[in-house]
Design a binder for this molecule. Structure first.
Ligand SMILES: C[S@@+](CC[C@H](N)C(=O)[O-])C[C@H]1O[C@@H](n2cnc3c(N)ncnc32)[C@H](O)[C@@H]1O
Ligand code: SF4
Length: 461
């Protein structure tokens, strides 16, 4: 186990990005217009043989869990959700018009919200209609997120028949006191039965989401949750640090800050999760993720080929991503474009025949270089200057002189034992992997000084 002192935590556990993108979403601007996105899609059409990733955001949930940080629409009125799917298909038409012959998908993912808010029949019709516009590659990853509380055996059977081969289940914590505090009652049987069903149906990869740092969690309670979840032996586990940002997510105001574990306890939770999962035979993959050794994420990590996008960790390096639906973020031809988050604005744009983009950013040459360095750190824990020099035609030591000085200077990550810098590589140690967001932040050109009471990001540990 890694030894971390309270002083180290005090210095390094601070607000910082999770780097699902670089520049991060706080840099997106409304000056990036739908026509800018259209131009990027036209450029993407010029590479017809390159496969794409397609993300579809299905935002509806029956009730809002108080910890949730996702973009969701809470309603029990099915008619509100019904009209959404047609708008997503219209958006797919708008996008397809620009993509020309480029239609093959290497990755296809439904996230939310709760995709299984819809009935199995509604989902089947929607999926078939989308595949009139796109083609799945033979070895495509076809994945969705499910909430075991509302996902039936029929859902999984139909989805498996449609070709879904990966399933990710939200669990968070099995302890009833914690569940009470996060507004989410989910029985062990619901989780166990759905996982068994997924295995029985032959889903190639199963994932379970847990969160550490939730209200009421203790080392003992998370230990029991892990023990039970390990009985299922999912191929992957995502164990997220609780992002507590009530100034951005008002539903989190329902959580009494006094019930949150303090910094040392939160770290003890992380340490326990990591120890238990590694002893159970899982590999720690990038940040927050664990996978069985035979899983392709483990193999990609070993070969230094892991990458990261808005869907999470992936082996599909450099694949451009199209996102459909409210709040979705596309990553195409050197730009990020985010869709409207509000249903009304999203519907108005689509109905007017306009790409429903609210904001975005075009990456500068500097952004692209830093994105590469930050992605390598976050995914593989290693940056190889020679590879960066070849790809971007820069002299690494000169370009990043200030960053290297910060890393190697007094109190820097090298002195703390988080990274090793030598001629060939910048390599994160085991300790550095715990604080990988902090190491990556050294290469971020946008970090200003956030105000003390309203930081932009969640805590790094
Ligand atoms: C779209 S949600 C889950 C899908 C499904 N609606 C469910 O609840 O089971 C994806 C995952 O994000 C994670 N998540 C949501 N809010 C979070 C937060 N505030 N901090 C950390 N992780 C969070 C949870 O682990 C959740 O399972
Ligand atoms: S955690 Fe899942 S079910 Fe709960 S509000 Fe968020 S998206 Fe909906």
């Amino acid at each position: 186990m890694i030894r971390i002192t309270p002083e180290l935590l005090e210095r390094y556990d601070k607000p910082g990005p999770r780097y699902t993108s670089y520049p991060t979403a706080v840099e997106f601007s409304e000056s990036f217009a739908p026509t800018d996105y259209a131009g990027r899609l036209d450029a993407a059409a010029g590479r017809p043989d390159d496969p794409l990733s397609l993300y579809v955001h299905l935002p509806f949930c029956e009730a809002r869990c108080s910890f949730c940080g996702c973009h969701v629409v809470v309603t029990q009125q099915r008619s509100i959700a019904d009209v959404y799917l047609d708008r997503v298909l219209s958006e797919a038409d708008l996008v397809s018009r620009h993509l020309g012959e480029r239609r093959t998908l290497a990755q296809y993912h439904w996230g939310g919200g709760t995709p299984t808010y819809y009935t199995a029949d509604e989902l089947a019709d929607f999926h078939r209609s989308l595949l009139d516009r796109f083609d799945l590659a033979d070895d495509a990853e076809v994945a969705l997120e499910v909430d075991p509380r509302v996902t039936s055996a029929e859902h999984l059977t139909v989805l498996r028949d449609l070709g879904f081969n990966r399933v990710s289940m939200g669990v968070q914590d099995l302890d009833s006191d914690v569940q009470q505090l996060i507004g989410r009652n989910q029985t062990w049987e619901q989780t166990r039965d759905l996982h068994l069903q997924a295995r029985h149906l032959g889903f190639e990869s199963t994932n379970i989401d847990l969160i550490y740092g939730l209200p009421g969690q203790t080392v003992a309670s998370i230990g029991t949750t892990l023990e039970r979840v390990l009985e299922l032996r999912p191929d992957r586990l995502a164990v997220y640090s609780f992002a507590y940002v009530p100034w951005v997510k008002p539903n989190q105001k329902r959580i009494d800050a006094a019930t949150l574990p303090d910094r040392d306890t939160k770290f003890a939770l992380l340490a326990l999760v990591s120890d238990e999962l590694v002893s159970a035979g899982y590999r720690a993959i990038g940040m927050d993720h664990f996978a069985l050794p035979g899983d392709e994420l483990s193999l990609a990590f070993e070969n230094g080929r892991l990458s990261r996008n808005f869907m999470g960790y992936t082996t599909k390096r450099g694949t451009e991503m199209i996102a459909l639906g409210t709040s979705g973020i596309s990553d195409v031809a050197g730009a990020y474009a985010q869709n409207h988050k509000r249903l009304n604005s999203y519907y108005s744009a689509v109905d007017a025949g306009e790409l429903p983009v609210e904001r975005g950013v075009s990456l500068s040459a500097d952004d692209r270089i830093r994105r590469h360095v930050i992605t390598e750190l976050m995914c593989n824990g290693v940056v190889r200057p020679a590879a960066v020099e070849t790809e971007f035609d820069i002299a690494f030591e000169i370009y990043f002189a200030a960053e290297l000085a910060e890393l190697t200077g007094p109190g820097g990550a090298v002195a703390e034992g988080m990274v090793r810098v030598d001629g060939d590589a910048i390599v994160a140690s085991e300790l550095g992997r715990v604080f990988i967001r902090n190491v990556a932040m050294v290469f971020d050109a946008y970090l200003g000084t956030p105000t003390a009471d309203q930081p932009k990001f969640s805590q790094t540990v």
